[in-house]
Design a protein around this ligand. Structure first.
Ligand SMILES: Nc1ncnc2c1ncn2[C@@H]1O[C@H](COP(=O)(O)OP(=O)(O)OP(=O)(O)O)[C@@H](O)[C@H]1O
Length: 359
């Protein structure tokens, strides 16, 4: 899939921009603070319903503007054109698809963007939640029932946590309905996550061998969030008193985690910061390849500030590996990365929130 058109209004320093994008490489060049990352942020908002930057959502809307609005014309590989809109006024978000009002989940399903940006190394260096989010975004795009199941699970978890805090007893009749729901939904989520990671692993190994051959064989470890082989329902009942003392549910799909290790770097601490970034990039591109394999079309790939994140050899190998695919790629940088000089790209000059196509 690709953005044919991307329009931004009132996003950070961008008052108004309308971009006709190339189906291949697009490069956004400009000085620090010019607004390059904001373009990728717009793509990410449409595909995730949130920004990749931390901080208040209010900061997304241009200072002094009443709201922000994003519009994308997405051309799928089967030539279907879908018009997506996402707007925010005050604290309220509104999503539209082909002029109809839709839930954000529906918008996000239509738009798949994989984004490598300076914060991406948190996927490796950060906590389990970052990796769970990455995993769940992938599962969400391939398992249609995932979102509804995940919401059911979250609702039951919230209810159980609230009972743990408010109730003086751990009475079966109070807890059991929510625990049943957590166990049912949790088993499905676990099954989908396992299946997804199994499919992801060969792509991960290929990408890691390309970017980090010196680290040797890659292994993936997954834990469901409760003792392997035990029934979640039984475990929740046993752990009620302990959970009550802690004030929250300590086992379940919300505690799942996965990690990677390499023959030459068995622990995360054995990786340099640059290697962490490369492993994160390998994960993201593996996810893009798996998405393409399952859904039959490549997601859009965004690479923020590529030249300052990776050394030249790795920049070249990223560009080289994407050049051979039908992916639309959006890259930003203060200067054109050497690797991009050898591929045809549409270039946009970005200056103080204004975007001008150059080629
Ligand atoms: N709510 C806002 N209203 C107006 N301007 C904002 C708002 N939030 C951020 N900005 C400004 O918008 C710009 C954001 O730029 P962005 O992060 O997209 O720049 P960039 O070109 O990627 O920069 P760098 O190369 O430094 O990463 C900055 O100049 C910032 O000060």
């Amino acid at each position: 899939m690709r953005f044919e058109k991307l329009q931004l209004r009132g996003l950070r320093c961008i008052s108004e921009a309308s971009l006709d994008l190339s189906p291949g490489f697009n490069f956004f060049a400009g000085a620090n603070g010019a607004g390059k990352t904001s373009v990728l942020e717009a793509a990410f908002l449409l595909s995730h319903g949130r920004s990749f930057r931390s901080g208040a959502r209010d900061a997304l809307t241009q200072r002094g503007a009443a709201g922000l609005s994003l519009f994308a014309g997405i051309r799928h590989d089967d030539q279907r054109l879908v018009r997506l809109g996402l707007g925010r006024e005050g604290a309220r978000w509104e999503a539209r698809m082909d002029s109809e009002s839709v839930a954000i989940g529906q918008l996000v399903r239509e738009c798949a963007v994989v984004c490598f940006e300076p914060g991406s190394h948190a996927l490796i260096a950060g906590g389990a939640e970052e990796r769970r989010r990455f995993l769940d975004w992938g599962v969400f795009h391939v398992e249609h029932e995932f979102l509804a199941t995940w919401r059911r699970y979250q609702r039951a978890l919230k209810q159980r946590n609230s009972l743990l805090r408010k109730s003086a007893t751990t009475e079966e009749a109070l807890f059991e309905p929510w625990e049943q729901e957590m166990a049912r939904a949790g088993a499905l989520i676990d099954e989908w996550r396992r299946r997804y990671l199994e499919l992801l692993l060969p792509h991960l190994r290929d990408q890691a061998a390309l970017f980090l051959p010196e680290l040797g064989n890659l292994e993936l470890r997954y834990r469901p969030g409760w003792t392997e082989g035990e029934e979640l329902l039984a475990l929740l009942a046993i752990q009620r008193t302990r959970d009550q003392a802690r004030g929250h549910t300590t086992s379940g799909a919300h505690r799942a985690h996965w990690s990677l290790s390499f023959a030459q770097a068995p622990e995360r601490e054995h990786l340099s910061r640059g290697q962490e970034k490369l492993v994160a990039l390998a994960c993201l591109l593996a996810q893009a390849r798996l998405d393409a394999q399952i859904r039959g079309e490549w997601p859009i790939v965004c690479l923020d500030d590529l030249a300052s994140e990776l050394d030249q050899a790795h920049q070249a190998s990223v560009v080289e590996s994407l050049k051979g695919t039908p992916a639309q790629v959006l890259v930003t940088g203060t200067d054109t990365p050497g690797a991009l000089e050898r591929v045809p790209a549409r270039v946009f000059h970005v200056e103080q929130g204004r975007l001008t196509p150059l080629l």
